[in-house]
Design a protein around this ligand. Structure first.
Ligand SMILES: Cc1cc2nc3c(=O)[nH]c(=O)nc-3n(C[C@H](O)[C@H](O)[C@H](O)COP(=O)(O)OP(=O)(O)OC[C@H]3O[C@@H](n4cnc5c(N)ncnc54)[C@H](O)[C@@H]3O)c2cc1C
Length: 387
């Protein structure tokens, strides 16, 4: 990308407004935002991170992060669901930018309209990327059959390909953690079990795999379990943390905008002035702005470093889990403050802030969760625990 980046070119105002109008409906009815996906696909949004020479928009992670912030101001659940697809296309970009082959089919698939879901989370697997309870059984032809249960699979009703990992315990060089993509076949069952406090539109349902097969050309990586410098680990970690930070920063931005609008219209009977003239409310809005303003530049700087292949070495992991942690902590604080600025009206279910309040809580559960982010930072500054 060169020149000044205009997010409205890729996410036009009128599309954003239609997505915004539908958000409360999908939240109330607990449904997947199919029309949002259809319109975003038609606008080329699913291939923003695919290089132009392969038919995509050729954007970098820095531009995608700005777009995801913008999308989240309209519909956090839509942004979070699409995030999972963007993560895989972002990992494909990390690969192609570094001359690592193997994920071109993700780029071509995204251009062709495929929807990629992210099947990493498993119940009780706090090793996350570094281990898996899903069995990856090698097949004669070099493919793999996956058996296990993935939880919180966003885009559940609509994905066409699921990127996942599983553990190969039987090959000669086992154990190996296998990263691959499976299609939606009879070997994959999606439960209708998504009924949550917030982020209801993501429809992140449980996925059961009973020998779901990945073709040899869709087996992307076989790596040793545990922390690993492989590009698949860096690719997922960097793109995931930055885009996730973007979604929650977008929620904060919306809460701040709504709070400002409300302060300008609510009027005090005591003083006759709008609340925007009230010193306490002014302090609160300023507090929100001071917290919010820190995040977009941090996200932009780290995303640019990924795009430009800057090597932060071991510092990358604290930087990336740190920006995600700061974004979700900031966003929760900002939405809290916005509720107080808006007053009791924000407690009604019909009020947008009450939805943002529920949506923003999901941030703490995504990797890196607060415990993991703190453990990473503590190890970076104090060294590993004696054991
Ligand atoms: C809105 C939202 C969208 C998400 N989208 C995705 C996505 O698309 N892809 C993805 O990979 N992840 C996704 N995640 C998952 C997320 O990253 C975490 O993995 C998830 O929140 C689980 O967190 P936890 O381990 O703290 O939960 P926990 O509460 O520890 O576990 C979650 C569930 O797993 C089961 N469980 C817990 N421990 C065990 C055990 N020992 N044995 C068996 N079952 C157990 C329980 O049923 C429990 O309810 C999403 C999360 C949220 C909130």
């Amino acid at each position: 990308m060169s020149g000044v980046f205009d997010p409205a070119v890729f996410l036009p105002d009128d599309l954003l407004e239609r997505i915004r109008e539908r958000a409360p409906i999908h939240d109330r009815e607990n449904t997947f935002p199919q029309q949002d996906l259809d319109e975003l696909r038609a606008a080329g949004y699913l291939s923003i991170l695919v290089p132009a020479e392969r038919g995509g928009a050729g954007l970098g992670l820095a531009e995608a992060a700005i777009l995801q912030q913008r999308l989240a101001t309209a519909a956090p659940a839509t942004a979070l669901a699409i995030n999972m697809h963007l993560v895989w296309t972002g990992v494909a970009k990390v690969f192609s930018d570094r001359g690592v082959p193997g994920l071109e089919f993700v780029q071509d698939g995204a251009v062709a309209g495929e929807v990629f879901a992210f099947g990493i989370s498993e119940g009780g697997n706090d090793l996350v990327l570094f281990g898996s309870d899903t069995d990856a059984a090698p097949l004669q032809d070099g493919g793999y059959a996956f058996t296990g249960t993935k939880i919180f699979t966003s885009l559940a009703p609509v994905w066409t390909r699921l990127g996942l990992h599983g553990l190969d315990t039987t090959s000669d060089d086992a154990p190996k953690l296998v990263f691959a993509f499976v299609e939606r076949t009879d070997a994959v069952t999606t439960s209708d079990d998504w009924d949550t406090l917030g982020m209801r539109g993501t429809q992140s349902r449980t996925t059961r795999l009973a020998g779901a097969q990945a073709a040899p050309e869709h087996v992307v990586r076989r790596i040793d379990p545990g922390p690993n410098p492989d590009p698949i680990v860096f690719g997922i970690f960097s793109v995931f943390e930055i885009l996730l930070a973007s979604v929650y920063t977008g929620i904060a931005r919306r809460a701040l905008d709504v709070a400002v609008q409300t302060a300008a219209t609510r009027r005090s009977k005591k003083t006759g002035a709008t609340y925007s003239q009230d010193p306490d409310i002014r302090w609160r809005i300023a507090d929100m702005a001071l917290a919010y303003d820190a995040l977009p530049p941090q996200i932009a700087a780290l995303a640019r470093d990924v795009d430009e292949r800057v090597d932060h070495g071991a510092r990358w992991f604290t930087q990336l889990s740190g920006v995600k942690h700061r974004a979700i902590t900031m966003a929760k604080h900002v939405v809290d403050q916005a509720m107080l600025v808006a007053g009791g009206g924000s407690y009604f279910s019909s009020n947008e802030l009450s939805r943002l309040y529920r949506d923003v809580l999901a941030g703490a559960f995504h990797p890196s969760d607060p415990e993991s982010a703190h453990a990473t930072a503590a190890s970076a500054w104090l060294g590993p625990l004696d054991s």
